[in-house]
Design a protein around this ligand. Structure first.
Ligand code: FE2
Ligand code: FE2
Length: 166
């Protein structure tokens, strides 16, 4: 099943939303590689691993961007958030080692299943926290950045999951 980015996943910062969309596209590309094995029963391991590797590198850069934002905001949940990012990279490393060279669609599906669950949960449960914090603080430098977005709300499309400031 393909993952979809929806507006309620928005963190209110266009650049970070684009990163999330790209990460989802990577996962969908991996899923398509599995779909391609439908008749042969064999996944193209080289193609799958290249995409997985690219997704991992992209995630690393995205995490660095988020952590730098959280640092600049003095976001109180930064350490827990960094630990979650670290846990993801540790797990992807483990999966790479475990399934390296495997052409089994079932092995590839295990990887995709993990990525789908982690990305969705992390976006809803953790990225939403700094997004809400940012929204509540209306941090000036980021707020200035958001004004230039194409949003009808003027806040990058972000809808706070907590109550909006009065
Ligand atoms: Fe994120
Ligand atoms: Fe994150």
């Amino acid at each position: 099943m393909k993952l979809l980015w929806t507006k309620n996943m928005s963190v209110g910062i266009p650049q970070l939303d684009e990163d999330h969309k790209r990460l989802i596209r990577f996962v969908n590309e991996l899923e398509m590689a599995i779909d391609g094995s439908l008749y042969s029963g064999i996944v193209d391991a080289a193609e799958f691993e290249i995409t997985f590797h690219r997704m991992e590198n992209y995630a690393r850069q995205h995490f660095a961007a988020e952590e730098s934002l959280m640092q600049s905001l003095h976001f109180p949940g930064i350490e827990v958030h960094k630990t979650a990012h670290c846990g993801f990279l540790h797990k992807t490393d483990e999966l790479k080692k475990q399934y390296s060279g495997s052409t089994s669609p079932r092995d590839a599906q295990k990887i995709v299943k993990f990525l789908c669950a982690w990305i969705t949960d992390h976006d809803y449960l953790m990225d939403s926290q700094y997004a809400d914090f940012l929204y509540e603080q209306k941090h000036p430098p980021v707020a200035a950045h958001l004004v230039s977005s194409q949003s009808s709300t003027g806040y990058g499309g972000r809808v706070a999951t907590k109550s909006a400031p009065r």
